[in-house]
Design a protein around this ligand. Structure first.
Ligand code: SF4
Length: 549
């Protein structure tokens, strides 16, 4: 019996298309690649990158007790290893373009050969465990669309399996490209099984959390054996990438002594406690080669954790943070030699003027391995609004080359996020990621903006709603003041009203120009000349006497 056979667990997930969209598939080399299609009222359509899996497909049958269709099973079963390894990196190095590479190329609108090249040099990763056949592959790298991650998972004081499965589906519905299960509470193994079997996106974990649970929550009792067995258990289940805080070395711990907020990473503080308790070097560091061999067998991607990331503006870019980054660079090269894909995790809390240095150093020290950053928060002063403080940093670091942004919800620093917080965090980070795509000039990124702007200018209100990241909220805000159906084609909204609607006035100018055979500039000039004549006719006075009518 598997965890999913447990009928006492009854998750209810959101299904059906996002308002105003429908699921379409493009057939590419026999592979079905999903998109979110928005049909416009002018007969055109826009296809958008879609992370929501079969849940938004009207034709799909969803049964959470069965899990999703295993679309990759035959891809994995049919191919031979490359140089004895089954990782995307090994295939790429051997010149093989895998089906996963074709899938992501179609999603991103790029050449499969380009995908292979980027994976082969380690500048991009495709986190796809052989044991997670349900996943729709995604690529993470600076030359591709900026991705976002949503964290879910229970804690000792809150949440259930049902809640976590619901949050998984909810997060991917709004655009989460990957989801991390950070469960630290009860039933960690079962919760993860439910998440994996029902997830269309890559799943990441931090295995040290479960290892710590296994030894009763005392970091000093941790051992390499307990940790290794946990990693193998999670690899077997199908986890696609794992945060490993192997760069927290014993000699770096004193560097954090004078920090304002010390060590804020959970994994970092656990490993620092272990190193101090035993006065020995981290077992993650000393056993790193064995860890590479385990991950390689499943094609699990390393997300080398920043256990010493700054937890406050005061601690940004300090000696502890960059000492660890240097070690992560060293480990990146070891992992790549073993054909294991690698991402590097980054901060945290960094003021805007210190962000660029993070990207420059990460690229230099870690051979341009995809950077995966938490925000960073650009200021510390806004608890309850840290999705915004962090999106400011995230947009900037994404523009500078970060490949994946880990979302922050309004509950950051305050409590476990609920469903609404998850949606707010995801939408906020989609904004940051897309803004970075635009700034980087990613081919095709602006098409989405152009389609929405055009709809806005032409007062196609329904199209404007449907093209937005959150159609329901956009429509609800509009309808709050102008709910009647005719308002969906009206040439104004309640913000400026009919007489001051600048877009309507611009359209009037254009119409006048067309009717009078003028360019727009000439139309404006002619209009101004007319007004000037009237001014002189009235005696050239700025203020005219009030006339009773
Ligand atoms: S009324 Fe103002 S906000 Fe509304 S559509 Fe016109 S210009 Fe835009």
């Amino acid at each position: 019996m598997t965890a999913l056979d447990d009928r006492s667990v009854r998750p209810s997930v959101t299904t059906g298309p996002i308002t105003g969209s429908r699921k379409v598939y493009r057939e590419v080399d026999g592979i079905r690649v999903p998109f979110r299609r928005v049909d416009l009222t002018n007969g055109e359509h826009v296809d958008l990158y879609d992370t929501s899996g079969p849940y938004t497909d009207d034709d799909a049958t969803i049964d959470v007790h069965n899990g999703l269709e295993r679309i990759r099973q035959s891809w994995v079963d049919e191919r031979e290893p490359a140089n004895g390894a089954v990782s995307q990196l090994a295939y790429a190095k051997a010149g093989v373009i895998t089906r996963e590479m074709r899938f992501v190329a179609a999603r991103e609108g790029v050449d499969p050969q380009f995908v292979r090249d980027e994976v082969a040099i380690g500048r991009a990763v495709i986190p796809v465990n052989r044991n997670h056949p349900e996943v729709e592959p995604a690529i993470i790298g600076k030359k591709f669309l900026v991705k976002i991650n949503a964290n879910i998972g229970n804690s000792a004081v809150s949440s259930s399996i049902e809640d976590e499965v619901d949050k998984l589906v909810w997060a991917t519905r709004w655009g989460a490209d990957t989801v991390m299960d950070l469960s630290t509470g009860k039933r960690i193994h079962e919760t993860r099984e439910w998440i994996l079997r029902n997830s269309p996106v890559p799943i990441g974990t931090v295995p040290i959390y479960q290892a710590l649970e296994k030894v009763g929550g005392d970091p000093a009792k941790l051992s390499w054996e307990a940790y290794r067995d946990t990693v193998i258990e999670q690899c077997e289940q199908g986890v696609d990438y794992m945060t490993v805080h192997a760069g927290v070395l014993l000699r770096y711990v004193p560097l954090t002594a004078r920090r304002v907020t010390g060590i804020v990473s959970r994994g970092g503080s656990i490993m620092a406690a272990w190193c101090l308790a035993h006065h020995r070097e981290s077992f993650l560091y000393t056993n790193f080669v064995e860890l590479c061999e385990i991950l390689r067998a499943y094609d699990v991607t390393f997300s080398l954790g920043d256990g010493l990331r700054p937890g406050s503006i005061a601690d940004a870019n300090d000696a502890a943070q960059f000492a660890e980054l240097r070690t992560l660079g060293e480990l990146t090269h070891v992992a790549r030699e073993h054909d294991v894909q690698v991402m590097i995790e980054g901060p945290g809390h960094v003021p805007m003027h210190k962000i660029a240095e993070n990207v420059r150093l990460e690229e230099e020290l870690c051979g341009e391995a995809p950077f995966y950053t938490l925000g960073p928060l650009a200021t510390d002063i806004a608890p309850a609004y840290d999705h915004i403080t962090s999106a400011i940093g995230a947009a900037q670091i994404g523009w500078l080359g970060t490949a994946m942004l880990c979302y922050v919800t309004p509950k950051e620093h305050l409590g476990l996020p609920n469903r609404d917080d998850v949606k707010t965090g995801v939408i906020t980070y989609k904004i940051a990621a897309h803004s970075a795509d635009l700034a980087k000039g990613h081919p095709g990124a602006q098409d989405w903006d152009d389609a929405l702007s055009k709809a806005r200018f032409e007062f196609r209100w329904t199209d404007q709603f449907n093209l937005s990241l959150d159609p329901d909220t956009a429509r609800a805000f509009h309808d709050e003041t102008l709910p009647a159906e005719p308002a969906k084609t009206a040439h104004f909204c309640s913000m400026c009203g009919p007489k001051f609607c600048s877009m309507r006035i611009t359209q009037d100018v254009r119409k006048y120009a067309e009717e009078h055979g003028l360019t727009e500039v000439a139309a404006i000039e002619e209009g101004m000349a007319e007004m000037s004549e009237r001014f002189h006719d009235h005696g050239g006075q700025v203020y005219l006497p009030v006339v009773d009518r």
